[in-house]
Ligand binder design. Structure first.
Ligand SMILES: *Cc1c(COP(=O)(O)O)cnc(C)c1O
Length: 419
């Protein structure tokens, strides 16, 4: 099991100099590309020539700037190739349609991003007869029992949203491969921290919108996998990405490429801050969930699978008991304390918080939410790294006191704490 993260290799990979020797790659603002020799055109359409040989055809197929970002994403995930898409959902949908045909089956974790859940639960069966069986992904016997001869894909999030359970990627890969299926991991919550391809996953998808962007200003995604798979997705005549067309804009690709070099610093900063706040909430006896806490059910597994340099991620959850208290808490945190923003999404430099049951997991029925462990008062908090730790703790503590979740005396123990 190779846990080394190839981010170290990015330094030289990034050296796509700009057209005029700029230190950053140029933005190739062209939707179509000339061929000097007309004989090249059929070669391009037959897939015998392509961007790997410096040949470009049309921007929905490959654009040099987007292609180069794909190489960075492949290096990040340790895969042979990657293709960048207009959103995380486009990456997930494209990867699924690349693996599954009408009538094929998927086994998926029952705690996934709401959009993914809706895609698997409603959209794909209605439009394509691709059916999904949902299971508790931490129950490996249940996963194994759910795969049938018709299962083509096992799908899980590396760290589940919003329940923060860890997928046992090596064991899931064994189960999938034992049934002739492929393992697809959504690694949006844990770039750099986990490298699913090194742990046995066949395909890795990202919502770049979150941590990789880091600024909540763009929507983007990526599919990382083997060269042959990415080639199939991009086949000019039959590839789902080519034909459905969710390609990334080269301006966005350029912008994202300038953020990947400091992704390691940002992931470590998110992780440090989240761990410290989680420990302090835990010390107050609150219902906090964070994989970095030793009492988290997957803490040991996380340590076994993660790269130790980037912490345990930037997301924690706090169960406020009921939806009204959760709303009151978030209101205080945003409007009185300025601790963060009441907004969906994650991976932003500032803190974002939302009540999962009423927002990003609202696609799930109350019963499905209950089974998945998403309680009505569950507040998901994506911890930012702005401000100082003590300033943020005081804001958080102030809001917990104001909403009666902790008594005023509850946090005094930390006033003398020097961390
Ligand atoms: C946000 C998110 C997605 C969807 O990504 P978009 O970029 O919004 O399309 C998929 N998976 C996870 C885990 C996410 O958090």
């Amino acid at each position: 099991m190779n846990k080394r993260n190839p981010i170290e290799d990015l330094a030289h990979l990034r050296h796509e100099f700009g057209e005029h020797g700029g230190v950053n790659m140029s933005i190739e603002a062209s939707s179509t590309f000339t061929v000097i020799d007309p004989e090249t055109m059929p070669e391009l359409f037959a897939g015998r020539r392509g961007p790997d040989k410096g040949c470009y055809l049309y921007g929905r197929h490959f654009n040099p700037t987007v292609y180069n970002l794909g190489r960075q994403m492949a290096a990040l995930e340790g895969t042979e190739a990657a293709y960048c898409t207009a959103s995380g959902m486009a990456a997930i949908a494209g990867a699924i349609l690349g693996v599954c045909d009408a009538g094929d089956e998927i086994v998926a974790s029952n705690t996934v991003y709401g959009g993914t859940y809706a895609l698997l639960h409603e959209f794909l069966p209605a439009k394509t007869r691709i059916k999904t069986t949902f299971v508790d992904i931490t129950d490996l016997d249940a996963v194994s029992g759910a795969l049938t001869a018709g299962t083509k894909l096992l799908f899980a999030e590396s760290v589940s949203n919003p329940t923060l359970r860890l997928a046992n990627i090596p064991r899931l890969a064994e189960i999938a491969h034992g049934h002739g299926a492929r393992l697809l991991i959504d690694n949006t919550f844990s770039p750099l921290i986990l490298r699913p391809s090194g742990l046995g996953a066949d395909i890795v998808v990202h919502s770049i919108t979150k941590f990789i962007s880091g600024a909540s200003d763009i929507i983007a995604g990526a599919i990382c996998g083997q060269e042959a798979f990415i080639g199939e997705l991009m086949d000019l005549h039959s590839g789902p990405l080519m034909l459905l067309g969710p390609t990334m804009d080269p301006h966005i690709a350029s912008s994202v490429s300038l953020r990947i070099p400091h992704l390691p610093l940002r992931m470590a900063a998110h992780g440090n801050r989240a761990l410290e706040l989680a420990k302090r909430l835990d010390d107050l006896g609150l219902e906090v969930t964070y994989p970095g806490l030793t009492r988290h059910p997957d803490h040991d597994l996380f340590n076994a699978l993660r790269s130790s340099k980037y912490g345990y991620g930037g997301v924690l959850t706090l169960d406020a008991g009921d939806a009204d208290t959760a709303n009151e808490l978030m209101s205080h945190l945003q409007n009185e304390q300025r601790f963060g923003y009441l907004a969906v999404s994650l991976g932003y430099f500032d803190t974002l918080m939302s009540c999962s049951g009423a927002s990003t997991s609202s696609e799930m029925s109350d019963e499905d939410q209950r089974v998945a462990g998403i309680s009505p008062g569950l507040v998901r908090v994506s911890i930012g790294y702005t401000g100082t730790l003590e300033q943020r703790w005081n804001q958080l503590h102030g809001a917990l006191v104001a909403t009666g979740i902790v008594s005023a005396a509850g946090g005094d123990q930390h006033e003398t704490c020097s961390t």
